[in-house]
Ligand binder design. Structure first.
Ligand code: HEC
Ligand code: HEC
Length: 369
């Protein structure tokens, strides 16, 4: 039986992309032809408008139109926003009471000062054990449909107890609820957030998930440019943006304002036992070594990179894409050697650096005791 992955782009979608690439090629050849006409015209002293640059500017404008930020956070109808849930979720997020050793909170690894990651190549669990993957950022997590590097979890509510009861925190659920119920401040906070105020799995999931949905990347220089401030980013970054959307093909996967199509690909990284989404779809050759496309918000601050922390710097990531990663059957067709010049590589990095917003000042809550 062949398992298809609904989160992967379908064949028609791929064809549309390929058609898009062909159209771009045609556009580029048309631009080149335009240049020739201009050169001839100049030779013949026929006055013409500056041809070459107009299509390039129009192309950039049409790319820019795809990067506007959404107006509101999508809270699901099954777990709508409330201030009381956010307040409770924030306390739980910072409280080491959720870990077996009582020393580790969600914020120990999803640290707001480190763009909601931990800066480590791979996370260190409650028993000092190295986890198989790096801690992902929680920026814009409200828009991530499938959670985890392999997309095994279907909602923020659904993933809540994976870290708590697993090796990340090693806490027994019943013991956690008993410990919370013994603290008057938590009894009040659950009562304020939920009718009846029961301290249970369901309410704990809703509170943490609602808080996490409020973790939204702050505006970056890139956003100000998209909104019309031509001086918000420099020329190198603008050239990098053109490459990102054009010849380097990055936006094929890192698409839209949060820089991800939320799908899973093998970009030619990682060769150990961790086959990512392939674990869930063992019969799908393209999902071997496929991991989720991460957001690129705040990316310059979030090294080391990739699901296994294998790339120490942005320059190393760009070199990896330039080589095309490990050539193997599972590797995405969208990944191939790019042959970028040194100038193009530094333009891409200049662009990626414009995606860092002001760090959000996230006051640590006072923990009820
Ligand atoms: C020891 C470090 C550590 C701690 C503590 C921790 N996490 Fe994580 N978190 C991770 C790692 C590593 C992953 C990736 C796991 C995977 O993909 O299998 C992750 C993934 C996630 C994701 C999925 C994000 C995405 O974009 O796919 C969410 C949501 C999350 N954690 C929330 C929490 C919450 C809530 C807590 C506290 C209850 C918590 N984490 C505690 C390391 C940690
Ligand atoms: C085929 C889809 C695809 C294309 C094309 C692509 N990426 Fe990625 N990108 C991914 C995936 C998937 C990951 C995570 C891979 C992993 O961890 O194993 C990733 C990871 C990254 C990371 C690391 C982010 C982090 O938090 O670890 C950066 C930076 C990045 N890509 C930039 C780029 C740039 C720049 C380009 C163009 C040169 C590009 N990507 C092209 C899919 C893609």
């Amino acid at each position: 039986m062949i398992h298809t992955d609904p989160s992967l782009p379908t064949e028609p979608a791929r064809k549309r992309r390929d058609a898009g690439r062909r159209r771009r090629l045609i556009a580029f050849s048309a631009a080149a032809l335009g240049g020739l006409v201009v050169a001839l015209a100049i030779g013949l002293h026929i006055p013409v408008r500056a041809a070459g640059s107009a299509p390039a500017a129009a192309q950039r404008q049409s790319w820019m139109a795809k990067y506007h930020r959404p107006a509101a956070i999508p809270f699901p109808a099954s777990d709508p926003y409330s201030r009381a849930k956010v307040d409770l979720g924030r306390m739980l997020f910072w409280d080491p009471i959720v870990s077996g050793s009582r020393t580790r909170s969600c914020a120990s690894c999803h640290n707001p000062g480190l763009s909601w990651g931990d800066g480590l190549p791979r996370a260190i669990g409650d028993g000092s054990e190295t986890m198989p993957t790096r801690t992902p950022t929680l920026l814009d997590v409200a828009w991530v449909p499938l959670l985890g590097w392999d997309g095994k979890a279907h909602s923020l509510e659904g993933i809540t107890f994976t870290p708590i009861t697993g090796p990340i925190m090693n806490r027994k659920m019943a013991e956690l609820f008993a410990a919370l119920a013994a603290i008057p401040g938590y009894r009040q906070a659950y009562a304020a957030a939920f009718p009846g105020g029961v301290i249970d799995r369901h309410h704990t999931e809703e509170a943490l998930a609602t808080f996490e949905r409020t973790i939204v990347a702050s505006k970056a220089p890139f956003d100000r440019w998209i909104e019309g401030d031509e001086n918000a980013i420099d020329e190198a970054a603008k050239r990098g943006f053109d490459l990102f959307n054009g010849n380097a093909g990055c936006a094929e996967c890192h698409s839209g304002w949060n820089f991800t199509d939320s799908a899973f690909y093998d970009v030619g990284v990682g060769k150990g036992d961790d086959i990512g989404r392939g674990r869930l779809f063992p019969n799908s050759p393209k999902l071997r070594y496929a991991f989720k496309v991460p957001t690129l918000r705040d990316v310059a601050r979030r090294g080391p990179y990739m699901h296994n922390g294998s790339e120490p710097t942005l320059a190393a990531v760009i070199d990896l894409y330039d080589r095309g990663g490990i050539d193997r059957p599972s590797r995405s067709e969208l990944i191939k050697p790019l042959h970028l010049t040194a100038g193009e590589k530094s333009d891409l990095i200049a662009f990626l650096k414009t995606l860092s917003g002001e760090p959000r000042s996230e006051p640590e809550p006072t923990l009820p005791r």
